[in-house]
Design a protein around this ligand. Structure first.
Ligand SMILES: Nc1ncnc2c1ncn2[C@@H]1O[C@H](COP(=O)(O)OP(=O)(O)OP(=O)(O)O)[C@@H](O)[C@H]1O
Ligand SMILES: [Mg+2]
Length: 465
């Protein structure tokens, strides 16, 4: 609403008398001034109200600003805390001796710690974001199985997973921990530990225990069998002597019963009796050889130790092997090429010469038989390499052949008594178990085998000096 008077009333003024028009004008002026006063008062109030609102707004803005600054400060602090926590978490993950790999439920790598870098040779920057199966193909789980474990939510462990074959085998314990968080995070942490040393130690201890109990059993059996076998062989000798012509006692007895010793021998020759007796003696001798091997396990059969020049001992055994190891198939021991890697100076070892010879003869005989069975023999020169060296206070000898080697499944049992892959009559499976016993128990040494199937095998004898 406008407060200014209508212009029509002023235009009418010249038509009124002058006194009346002055009064009228004064009245109008007064009305105008009153109006102006009212308007200015109203304007002042309005300005005051506006100022008040402006002040309030300013205060509100200042409050909001303050809160904003506080929020920014809090955000900066929490960001700092988050990055500190991340650093802490990373250093924990990186200082762990296990391989720790974080993956999404699709198998994409999210974490790859230092140990994972070291074990695989793949650096974290190349691994992150890649597929776990492509980056670490050794993981013995299919993508589907991994997804199933993550979806299931329960951790899953796999113990002593073997990688590689034979003595090059390595073992790992693997645990998959599916992620469990308040915020639906899907994925898993995979922990992988190298347990090769532990598994090898367990195998060695098992071997030791097995040897102990089987050895005791074998020694007990050998003692029990020794007496009847002795009687068989002795009585066989007596039978042969009593059938001989030319012995007075035999002649007297034949005369008494009225038969001719010559006719008797003739009859026996026609019926192959001397041949059969010979077979009995051979079988008896073989059994006695087995028994004397088994008796090695018994502590009562102690070996005499003295200081021996080990190099001379090995060379003497090689000469003996050429004479005693029978030709196997096409191959004689002398057909095998021997490479000797000996130190310049003699190495004296306190040992039992006959015990060490027995061990070496068995190793040479095994090599010879392995070459004879080797399908690849026509394509190679059968070779045995002998290395003797002194390492600190130990004498270390290796006997390495380039024969067919030993399968991983067999290598675990190779020192077990009676373990053999040879046909009946060709091997009893006692050679290496007795050798192991002689080296480890009688000489406080170590006896190891290493083999890569198809490439040959290597036996290591370590004796204290
Ligand atoms: N140099 C080798 N190359 C390949 N295999 C071997 C070698 N040495 C041993 N073996 C394997 O180890 C097994 C056990 O050997 P070990 O000497 O104990 O018994 P054996 O030779 O079978 O019988 P024995 O020695 O009692 O006559 C053998 O049957 C063979 O399978
Ligand atoms: Mg043998």
């Amino acid at each position: 609403m406008s407060l200014v008077p209508e212009p029509t009333s002023i235009i009418l003024l010249p038509h009124l008398s002058s006194e009346l028009s002055v009064h009228y004008l004064l009245f109008a002026l007064m009305a105008v001034s009153v109006l102006l006063t009212i308007v200015s008062a109203a304007l002042l109030r309005r300005v005051k109200r506006l100022k008040h609102r402006l002040f309030k707004r300013k205060q509100q803005v200042e409050n909001v600003n303050g809160r904003l600054f506080e929020a920014i400060a809090r955000h900066e602090i929490s960001q700092e805390l988050v990055s500190e926590a991340q650093d802490y978490l990373h250093s924990i993950l990186n200082s762990m001796p296990s391989m720790l790999i974080g993956i999404t439920d699709e198998g994409a790598i999210t974490h790859w710690n230092n140990q994972a870098e070291q074990s695989t040779g793949v650096c974290s920057s190349s691994a992150l974001g890649k597929d776990i199966h492509q980056t670490y193909p050794e993981l013995p789980l299919s993508p589907a199985r991994l997804r199933e474990i993550i979806a299931n939510g329960d951790s899953k462990s796999f113990e002593s997973i073997q990688h590689g074959k034979g003595s090059l085998a390595a073992y790992q314990d693997i645990v998959i921990y599916p992620l469990q968080g308040e915020h639906q995070v899907n994925g898993a942490v995979i922990r992988i530990d190298d347990v090769t040393v532990r598994v090898n130690l367990e195998n060695m201890m098992m071997q030791h225990e097995k040897m102990k109990s089987l050895g005791e059993l074998a020694a007990g059996l050998a003692h029990e069998l020794n007496n009847p076998l002795g009687a068989i062989l002795q009585n066989l000798q007596t039978v042969e002597r009593r059938l001989q012509t030319g012995l007075t006692a035999n002649q007297q007895c034949a005369d008494q019963v009225g038969i001719s010793l010559g006719d008797l021998n003739h009859y026996m020759a026609n019926r192959d009796i001397p041949l059969l007796l010979n077979h009995i003696r051979e079988a008896g001798n073989r059994a006695s050889q087995i028994i004397s091997n088994m008796l090695e396990f018994s502590r009562s059969n102690e070996l005499q130790s003295q200081s021996e020049n080990f190099i001379d001992l090995v060379d003497a055994t090689l000469a003996m092997a050429s004479l005693t190891i029978k030709q196997d198939g096409e191959l004689a021991f002398s057909d095998i090429v021997i490479h000797r890697h000996y130190p310049k100076q003699a190495i004296y070892v306190n040992c039992s010469a006959s015990g060490i010879q027995q061990v070496l003869l068995n190793l040479f005989s095994n090599c010879s038989q392995a070459f004879a069975d080797d399908e690849n023999l026509p394509n190679k020169t059968p070779t045995i390499s002998l290395t003797i060296e002194q390492r600190q206070q130990q004498m270390v000898m290796t006997v390495t052949d380039n024969g067919p080697g030993i399968e991983a499944a067999a290598i675990r049992h190779i020192f077990d008594p009676f373990f053999t892959t040879k046909s009946v009559g060709r091997g009893t499976g006692l050679g290496l178990s007795v050798s192991y016993f002689i080296i480890t128990q009688r000489h406080n040494g170590h006896f190891h085998v290493q083999s890569e199937p198809g490439k040959g095998c290597s036996f290591e004898i370590i004796l204290p000096l």
